[in-house]
Design a protein around this ligand. Structure first.
Ligand SMILES: *[C@@H]1O[C@H](CO)[C@@H](O)[C@H](O)[C@H]1NC(C)=O
Ligand SMILES: *[C@@H]1O[C@H](CO)[C@@H](O)[C@H](O)[C@H]1NC(C)=O
Ligand SMILES: *[C@@H]1O[C@H](CO)[C@@H](O)[C@H](O)[C@H]1NC(C)=O
Ligand SMILES: *[C@@H]1O[C@H](CO)[C@@H](O)[C@H](O)[C@H]1NC(C)=O
Ligand SMILES: *[C@@H]1O[C@H](CO)[C@@H](O)[C@H](O)[C@H]1NC(C)=O
Ligand SMILES: *[C@@H]1O[C@H](CO)[C@@H](O)[C@H](O)[C@H]1NC(C)=O
Ligand SMILES: *[C@@H]1O[C@H](CO)[C@@H](O)[C@H](O)[C@H]1NC(C)=O
Ligand SMILES: *[C@@H]1O[C@H](CO)[C@@H](O)[C@H](O)[C@H]1NC(C)=O
Length: 853
């Protein structure tokens, strides 16, 4: 698609002429940057094609972009040009020009792609200002595939620094702008109204309008995500003046400022702007992903990647139709979608690439679309979870009274019956026709949804194998067996060769590698040390931990990393860094193993286990002295990581599970350096965040860089648990009769309540009852005040860890802190009642929506 070399003398002349005409026809009205962008950028040419008079003004069609030329914004943050996500269809789009990952924030002709034309003589696609004063995209045949919808004519174009493409009239007024016609991306400065919705791409490589949209509902005072333009599946809740009820984290005072004009009126308009961080505006966006999730990303120039900080709905199975028709969703699995046994993906290729929207069909389907089968009386039923809003394209028959068995038998009599819904309690039977969406694996996350029985072919999955095997003739089979043995043998040989070589190399390398005190273990050795990984001590975020005994009979804890994120070289470098960090309040790394895909870390063993063990009512008690020792010790350990190491280490995961107690109850912080070792996996943080608001500092979702103050926050949360002798998030007093709801509900989530009591001077209410009077009131008061200082919303107000140590030691006076507001908001927010928000029992909203739809 290269622009043909048409720069003859005539066009040059024309170019000069047209430039002059445009300039003289718009005396001193254009903003200078527009004209510069348009007229002296060497990367596109302005050619005149037609002249005509309209409204007494001289107008001409102007080609702005031709083939692979682009228009850039002034500071080159964005550019506009043609692109092809699948090297077949071409689109005109705006993308970030400064980053390596192509990311399109707006697409003009998403409904009518330009088919690529292999013939070299074909003219390249163009973007023009037409003689009628509109923007138009033309294909090689010079026919218009997309056109801006302005009534008043425009004569020039500018791409602003915020990604907005505007068409201006000669007076420099905006007559049309891309921000008024968003696609799937919502940028700072862009307002959404009832007429401006986001619609997802069809798939990650297909910008055509997909199945999901985000729309404003002034009657609800908020937004909702809808499937197929009709059925809502998630809602922000209504606007409270500061935040939406289901998104209390909006109150985090970080890079966004939200504004909502006329929230409950048809003229409602919602938008956000960005506050500069270090005098710079980070690249950031909300995007309605083709998977149906609304996600927020911020570009990290450090990792050259879009970091995802926030997304909703948290559980992808709550996205309507996420696995397509007859697809089974399992939110806990790496690949969320599966076909039922006896079913296959309709489009295997896109299914494997992660686009599940086409769903599944019976292996023995007779027509491509429906799963109608006749004469299959020997089908069976598979019990799955689902909800009735996911029934598409089938007429209904009245439910009738019947046992499950006869309900199912009656279904088999019908060609079109795809399953039954049976209510055990009322014995009501309902036959299902058409297609089923939103089926869920009952054994995982689907409690709270209805049980549905889906009709599946007899034999189920076995059919799949049989069919495949039938295709193989005996000769082919024999040949392939012989072949695979040969290939296998070859690979074993090659593998052995390389392993030998690698061993030798590794040994050589260890000699020069500056790992001072670390022992390099082989996998076999560690297998022996842990007696075949038999004694599991626990399971952390990064992998399981096993007890082991070295030859000299010292006990060790061996951590087996589950998802080795980095290569061997990076792993060793990081291990070296961690190994060189030594402090009495940090768990010491003794050695490691890095062999093939195995990555293991060997730590000193802590006989008294994790602090979390002591924070249960039925668990062992810790005296006040020990608790105070733990508070100071942990603070010193973290302060060392933050301030005294050569490279500052942010722990990122301070919590009682990661604080281990030595034989004399000296606390030692474990798992430091892990975030660095495995890369900052924000989605992991995100996934656990809603469940453990307890420890995660609010800036994790704000898009700003994480600093050591995030650890200070988590430390404060841990202190509150330490003095309260309980977990921050605890189930409400359940079987205790009518107390539910009447008792202060915020006690479910301890910190906001505790913080208020502490600030009001009511220490006795907060402190662990098991201590009785056996505590030093002055020390306890100091620890409590420090805890509340540490959990302030604004990281600038939180003390540094070094300061915390001084405060606890009594060297520095501790004043009464302000109330952490965000915490209070979290508790009053409808979405948060102190426990996991995604557990279905606590999301009345999702039920309400799916029933309403
Ligand atoms: C894009 O344009 C350049 C010249 O500006 C040309 O060398 C290149 O081949 C073109 N690329 C394509 C894909 O047409
Ligand atoms: C346009 O021309 C002006 C002066 O002729 C120059 O300063 C400016 O850098 C040019 N802009 C571009 C985008 O080439
Ligand atoms: C463009 O960059 C210049 C220099 O870096 C800066 O002063 C100016 O504010 C930037 N303009 C915009 C719109 O970002
Ligand atoms: C490609 O272009 C040629 C001539 O320009 C035209 O005849 C042909 O139909 C085009 N093919 C497609 C697939 O658009
Ligand atoms: C969005 O709304 C704000 C506040 O009402 C307004 O200042 C701004 O100009 C609007 N932005 C656009 C692109 O319309
Ligand atoms: C979307 O809705 C239309 C009718 O409004 C229907 O024909 C189509 O099948 C629906 N698509 C899906 C995937 O449910
Ligand atoms: C179904 O059974 C319920 C009681 O279990 C009864 O009230 C209802 O009338 C019955 N409906 C039909 C259609 O027989
Ligand atoms: C649901 O998940 C479990 C475990 O993840 C699996 O054993 C079971 O087969 C799944 N059920 C269906 C119907 O696929």
């Amino acid at each position: 698609m290269s622009p043909p070399p048409r720069l003859s003398a005539i066009t040059l002349l024309l170019l000069l002429l047209s430039t002059l005409t445009v300039m003289s026809s718009n005396p001193n009205s254009h903003s200078p940057e527009t004209e510069q962008n348009l007229h002296n950028s060497s990367r596109f040419s302005v050619t005149s094609r037609r002249n005509l008079f309209q409204n007494d003004e001289l107008l001409m069609a102007k080609v702005l972009i031709e083939g692979n030329s682009t228009i850039s914004s002034k500071n080159k943050t964005f550019d506009l040009g043609f692109f092809s996500p699948n090297s077949e269809d071409w689109y005109l789009g705006i993308r970030y020009s400064s980053i390596s990952t192509p990311t399109y924030i707006w697409v003009a002709n998403r409904e009518r792609p330009i088919r690529s034309n292999a013939s070299a003589s074909a003219a390249p696609p163009t973007l023009e200002i037409t003689a009628t004063g509109r923007l138009a995209v033309k294909d090689s045949g010079n026919s218009i595939v997309w056109q801006s919808a302005n009534v008043d004519l425009g004569t020039s174009v500018v791409l602003y620094e915020n990604g907005n493409l505007a068409l201006l009239n000669p007076r420099g007024q905006v007559k049309w702008q891309s921000f008024d016609f968003p696609t799937d991306t919502w940028l700072p400065g862009m307002n959404l109204t009832t007429s401006k919705a986001l619609t997802s791409w069809r798939s990650s490589s297909d910008p055509s309008p997909g199945l999901y949209s985000l729309r404003l509902r002034p009657d609800h005072g908020g937004f909702e995500l809808v499937f197929n333009k009709t059925t809502p599946y998630w809602s922000t809740g209504s606007w409270t003046g500061e935040a939406f009820t289901n998104i209390p984290e909006m109150m985090v005072p970080y890079i966004y400022k939200f504004h909502f004009d006329d929230p409950f009126k048809p003229t409602a308009s919602f938008g956000f702007t960005e506050k500069p961080v270090d005098n710079r505006l980070p690249l950031t966006q909300f995007r309605l992903d083709s998977s149906g999730q609304l996600r927020q990303y911020t570009w990290s120039s450090q990792s050259e990647n879009w970091d995802k900080f926030w997304s909703q709905p948290g559980n992808t199975c709550r996205v309507l139709g996420s696995c397509g028709k007859f697809g089974l969703c399992d939110g806990n699995s790496e690949r969320p979608c599966e076909c039922l046994s006896g079913f296959e993906p309709v489009d295997l290729l896109s299914w494997e690439s992660g686009d599940f929207s086409d769903g599944c069909r019976r292996l023995d389907h007779t027509d491509n679309k429906n799963n109608v089968v006749c004469g299959k009386r020997d089908d069976r039923f598979e019990q799955v979870g689902g909800d009735m809003s996911g029934l598409v394209g089938g007429e209904k028959i009245e439910p009738f009274n019947s046992s499950l068995d006869s309900c199912q038998r009656a279904c088999l009599e019908s060609c079109a019956c795809v399953g039954v819904y049976h209510n055990e309690r009322t014995n009501l039977c309902e036959h299902l026709f058409g297609s089923l969406l939103n089926l869920r694996n009952l054994s995982s996350d689907s409690s709270g949804v209805d049980v549905i029985y889906v009709r599946v072919p007899k034999g189920g999955g076995a059919l799949n194998d049989k069919k495949r095997r039938k295709d193989l003739s005996p000769v082919v089979l024999a040949a392939s067996i012989v072949g695979s043995i040969a290939v296998f043998g070859f690979f074993v040989f090659v593998a052995l060769f390389f392993i030998r070589r690698r061993r030798r190399k590794a040994v050589e390398e260890d000699g020069g590698f500056p790992i001072l005190t670390l022992k390099v273990f082989s996998y076999k050795e560690l297998h022996q040390v842990t007696r075949g990984f038999s004694e599991k001590l626990g399971h952390g975020g990064f992998g399981a931990v096993f007890q082991g005994r070295l030859l000299d009979s010292t006990l060790v804890a061996v951590k087996r990393l589950e998802r080795p994120g980095t290569g061997e070289k990076e792993f060793r470098a990081e291990v070296c860094t961690i190994g060189n960090v030594q402090h009495v309040n940090l768990v010491r790394l003794r050695g490691f193993c890095s062999e093939d895909s195995h990555r293991l870390l060997v730590y000193e063993y802590m006989p008294n286990g994790a602090l979390s063990v002591y924070l249960r009512k039925e668990g062992p008690n810790l005296s006040w002295d020990k608790r105070f020792g733990v508070a100071i010790g942990v603070a010193r350990g973290i302060a060392y990581l933050h301030e005294e190491c050569r490279d500052c280490i942010i722990h990122c995961d301070i919590k009682p599970e990661n604080i281990l107690l030595d034989s004399d109850y000296t606390p030692k912080v474990s798992d430091f350096g892990m975030a660095k070792l495995l890369g900052r996996d924000f989605s992991r943080v995100l996934a656990t965040m809603r469940g453990t608001w307890g420890y995660v500092a609010p800036e994790w979702i704000s898009g700003v860089a994480i600093t050591t103050k995030a650890d200070v926050y988590s430390y404060g949360m841990t202190l509150i648990e330490l003095i309260g002798g309980r977990r921050n998030v605890e189930a409400p007093p359940s079987a205790s009769g009518g107390r539910e709801g009447s008792a202060t509900p915020e006690r479910w989530f301890f910190p906001p309540w505790a913080a208020r009591q502490i600030i009001e001077g009511n220490m006795a209410a907060v402190i662990d009852r098991r201590l009785g009077n056996g505590y030093d009131a002055e020390e306890a008061w100091r620890v409590a005040l420090v805890a509340v200082w540490c959990i302030q919303d604004d990281e600038a107000i939180r003390p540094t860890m070094g300061m915390v140590v001084k405060m606890l030691e009594g060297v520095v006076e501790v004043t009464v802190p302000p109330v952490p507001k965000l915490l209070q908001a979290l508790v009053s927010g409808e979405s948060f009642h102190g426990v996991k928000v995604d557990s279905p029992g606590l999301s009345p909203d999702s039920r309400r929506i799916s029933n309403a739809g």
